[in-house]
Structure formats: C-alpha cells, structure tokens
Write a protein that binds this ligand. Structure first.
Ligand code: ATP
Ligand code: MG
Ligand code: MG
Length: 551
C-alpha cells in the first residue's frame, strides 16, 4: 500500500493544506440511520476516517437524520458499533443533523427575510409539473412572489402545525429556468407530522437533505465533504446555500465513485427487503453484505480495510469482482487464523491394535508459520473419525486418501492402514477397522513406504459435537439489480447448507464467536454468535480455502 500512488482526494487535500487554504483536515461520515451499514459504506468509512488519520485531521460521525419516517434508534446503535468495529474512532460524540434543527430553521427564516425563500402552496404533483424537464425550463410557482411578511407568517404557522402534510412547503427562490433542475426552487422545508427518534414531538417541519447537509458541514467545520457521484449535480445547490447564508465556515464538496460489487446488492432499501421478506434471518445474517453480517460470518476488520485499500478511490463508476473481497478475506485469515481439525461427515474408524480406554495427547502447531499462536493438544484414542469422502474401497492412483488395504497418515498423528470395512444391512459403510503404526509419529514407517496422503481426523471419544453452516452466494446473478431486474428473483436457493453431527477437535469447545479458524482441508470458519449451545456450537464457513466459489 505504501507504493500505491496518491489518489485525487489525497492530492487535493495535500495541496489545500500546504497552500494554506485549509488549516486542519476535517471530514465526516454521514449515514442516514435507516438501515445497517454495508460493504459500500465501508469504502466511504475507510476513505473519510483514513484521510483524517493520514493528514492528522479528524473525522466526525454524523447521523443524517432528516427523515423521521424511515429512521430508528436501532440503526443508530448498529452503525456506531460497526464503525468502531472497523477500527475507526470518530471525533468527540456522535453528531446528528437533528442537533442543528434550531439553527437550520433560523437560516430558513434568514432566507425568507432576504427574499430568497417562499412558502409555496402547490401540491407535490403540481410542483413536479411546474419543475419542467431536462429539455424544458420550469415555470414559476404562482406563490413565488409572496411578500416577505406573508412568508414569515406562513412559515411560522407551518412550524406551529397549522397546516396538513403536503399542503405547502418552503422553497428556495433560485431559478426555475436553471439547466440544473436541482436549482429550480428546491424544497427546503416540508411538513411531516411525525415524531423523530432524537427530537420527539418538537418539530412538524423537517429540512430537506440538501438544505441540511452543507449547513451541517459548515457548523461542524468540515473542510472536505466527500460524497458519492450522484451528488455531483447537487453541488451548485450546496454552494448556493453556503454563499447565501451566514454560515461559520465554507466547506467544499468532492465526489467519488460508489462501490458496486457483482453478485451483491449494496442498497439499504434492498437489503431491508431481504430482511423484511424473510430471505435472510436479520441484517446480521452471515449471507448479508452488511458489516454486521460479514462480522458474524468471520470476516475481520483488517480484511475489509485491506479490500477498500485494494479497490482504491476514483471518480469512474465500475463494478468490483466479489472475488477481490474474497481474496482479502482469505489472505488475512491465512496469515492469522489458528489451525484446527473438524470432520464434517464422520466415518468411525476403530484402531484394532490400539489399547482400549487409552488416551494420549499429541501436539499440533497452532499455525504453520506463526510461532506466537499456541500449539494444540489433540487426544488420540482407539476410535477416531475421518471424513466419509476420505475413504474408498477401491481407487485409482490419483486418490491420495485412504483405500482398503492401503495406508494414509492422520494429520499430526500416526500412519494407519485400512484392513476391513463394516457395512450395515443396506450395504453402506458404517465403520472401518484399521491398524495403527505407532512408530510413525513425525517419521516415515520402518518399511520406508511413505503413505501418499494426509487426512484430518478427530478422536471419537473426546471431541466437540457441532453444526456447520456452509454458505454460498446470496445471489446467482452477477448483476442482480441492474436495469429493471427484480433482485429478489435471483436469490440463490442453495445459499445455505447445514451439516449436523460434525465433530471438531476438543480445543474448539473454547472457540470465541466470530474468531476465525482454518479447519484444515476445509476452509475458514468461526463460531456463530447467535445460534448453538455451549455443548453444540454452530460454526459458520467464512470462506473456502481456494477460489472454490469464484466463477
Ligand atoms: P443506501 O442506498 O444503501 O441507503 P446511501 O448513500 O443512501 O446508501 P447513506 O446512509 O446516506 O446511504 O450513506 C452514508 C455515506 O456512505 C454516504 O456518504 C454515501 O455516499 C456512502 N455510501 C453509501 N453507499 C456507498 C457505496 N456503495 N460506495 C461508497 N460509498 C457509499
Ligand atoms: Mg444518503
Ligand atoms: Mg439511501
């Protein structure tokens, strides 16, 4: 990352600081608390907090809470938790646009007094018709030239709750013929007779996003207000408010490209639909591209930060391959996750020449190269489990596991030979009788014939019974929500496979939820934070070992 060339925002900030246009970098991350954060937000979080850190500035967390209809305290709490979990610290207390409602209201009155805002009685439909189109200029509202005194009186009465929702609004008086439609007398205050999660019943008029955002930036002394490209067209309006109001600072808006990921949807509205319609079991379902879902799945904050670093910051819209996120997740877990063994579909093996009732402790490394990760204790007993798919009665030379009459090494333990197969009345293999060569711990058999394969195993007498959840992609369409597609139709029906009766090595009884392990030969897993009991934990597969589910 150190050799990576600076991106356009780093260049702008560096020159603003060195040429004295800005004395201290101040950014903000401004989520609307109408849902949980997703991987797209992580890009904005890493950018805003990352720039503040890099340039010795600060980054605020501001809840952009101007629409009480869709916002809730639950979302505020979840957002705080997720930002902190990603490893970032906001400056001071979390802030709310609603903290500034008094000031914003006074500034609305200021505009009225200056003849730059008016109360308009057009219905929302009429106002839309008057607004014109890209090709056609709009028409002035018949209420546009109301005298200042009348506007002040009407706005006071709007604020006092005398009028119904939708019956009137306060609009900035800019230019109905402006080529940029955002400048055609935009609504700055609307009536909403609705309690707000922060301000309760205090208000029945609420500022629009456009009126609130830049002024909140100014109040907080934000120097660089970084948003996504769809707000580029709003910038002239952002600047108009700043120029026409006695604000304490002059923030500037900059835009960058949103993150789009294939096989994924990144929109709170759509993710909420998946939750509400029961396609997943909550915002933190491990299949969700939310920060809380990724966390529960076993993804680490470092992997998400690494991914955001890899994708970079540009002004060009593009779709990122989800394989890149998977790469970052796997790379981090490979370096940091302790190793363990877990048998998914157990086949009982009895070691006929091993003493009954004996249990010896073998040790295995916690990680192939990380000496700081503690070694594991593996009880070895007369009965062990191996994977059903690691045994065949007959096989060709390519099959490097256990074959009847042949040998295999049990990982971190001894070489065994399959002598006999026990079948039930249906002819299914239910047990293997094997002999163990106790002179093979850490060395080849005395006859010099080295077994070709190494397989994982777990003591059948001392282990953790567990459930394992294997996740596949949530969508089986590469671009589930492009154009007029209904993304719900491409939900992958096989996105979850649940295996019960799995057997994990005994040390995993102590596994902490969300902490990643590599289950050798199987992938990366973590204990689920919601399901499972102390006796029977549930493990989520974070990701496979190789690109097993990439294209
Ligand atoms: P959504 O459509 O999911 O609700 P949003 O942009 O409306 O997204 P906000 O809560 O307003 O959600 O987002 C907070 C910040 O995160 C904004 O500055 C926004 O630009 C940024 N953000 C949201 N989605 C993405 C994304 N996919 N890529 C990059 N930044 C994003
Ligand atoms: Mg938004
Ligand atoms: Mg939104």
């Amino acid at each position: 990352s150190e050799s990576k060339p600076a991106h356009f925002l780093q260049n702008i900030i560096r020159s603003d600081l060195s040429e004295g246009r800005v004395s201290q970098l101040t950014t903000r991350f401004p989520p609307e608390p109408n849902g949980y954060l997703h991987i797209g937000h992580a890009k904005s979080i890493c950018l805003n907090f990352g720039l503040a850190k890099e340039f010795g500035g600060q980054c605020n967390l501001r809840f952009d809470d101007t629409n009480p209809a869709k916002e809730e305290e639950e979302y505020v709490d979840a957002i705080k938790r997720d930002v902190a979990w990603l490893g970032f610290e906001w400056a001071g207390n979390a802030k709310y646009t609603s903290d500034y409602f008094d000031q914003l209201h006074q500034w609305a009155i200021h505009l009225i007094k200056e003849g730059k805002a008016y109360v308009c009685d057009l219905s929302p439909e009429e106002a839309r018709a008057y607004r014109g189109t890209l090709k056609e200029p709009g028409k002035n509202s018949p209420y546009r030239d109301r005298p200042v005194e009348e506007n002040l009186d009407l706005f006071a009465r709007m604020t006092a709750g005398e009028f119904n929702e939708g019956s009137c609004s306060l609009r900035a008086k800019i230019d109905m013929a402006a080529p940029n439609i955002n400048l055609r007398d935009p609504v700055i205050y609307r009536i909403k007779k609705m309690a707000h999660h922060q301000t309760g019943d205090k208000w029945c008029v609420y500022p629009s996003y456009d009126f609130a955002h830049g002024q909140s930036d100014a109040i907080e002394g934000i120097s660089h207000s970084i948003c996504t490209l769809e707000f580029e067209d709003h910038k002239p309006l952002y600047d108009w408010f700043i120029e026409n109001l006695p604000v304490p600072a002059r923030p500037r808006q900059y835009e960058f490209a949103r993150l789009h990921l294939n096989y994924t949807v990144v929109s709170k509205r759509k993710l909420k639909l998946l939750v509400d319609e029961g396609y997943v079991d909550g915002w933190d379902d491990p299949r969700m591209p939310t920060i809380s879902g990724l966390r529960r799945r076993g993804v680490t904050p470092a992997a998400i930060r690494q991914f955001c670093e890899m994708i970079g910051v540009t002004r060009a819209d593009s779709t990122v391959d989800v394989g890149m996120l998977e790469y970052a997740i796997r790379d981090d877990l490979d370096k940091n996750a302790p190793r363990a063994m877990c048998v998914m579909e157990p086949l009982k093996v009895t070691l006929t020449n091993y003493p009954e009732g004996e249990q010896e402790m073998l040790t295995a490394p916690g990680h192939p190269v990380r000496d700081d990760l503690p070694a594991r204790q593996l009880p070895f007993t007369k009965t062990v489990y191996i994977e059903q798919e690691d045994f065949r009665e007959e096989a060709n030379k390519k099959y490097k596991r256990l074959v009847l009459g042949k040998k295999v090494r049990l990982r971190n333990a001894y070489v065994i030979q399959a002598d006999e197969v026990v079948k039930n009345e249906k002819g299914e293999i239910v047990e293997l009788l094997c002999s163990v060569d106790l002179d093979t711990l850490g060395k080849d058999p005395a006859d010099g014939v080295k077994p070709k394969g190494v397989i994982h195993w777990v003591s059948a007498e001392t282990n953790v019974d567990c459930e394992v959840r294997l996740y596949d992609r949530l969508f089986n369409d590469e671009s589930p929500d492009v154009g007029d597609k209904n993304f719900l139709e491409s939900v992958n029906p096989d996105n979850l496979q649940v295996l019960t009766g799995c057997k994990a090595e005994i040390g995993l009884a102590e596994a902490e939820p969300e902490k990643g392990y590599q289950f050798e030969r199987n992938g990366y897993f973590c204990r689920d934070s919601k399901y499972g009991s102390p006796e029977t934990p549930v493990f989520n597969r974070t990701i496979g070992l190789r690109d097993s589910w990439a294209k």
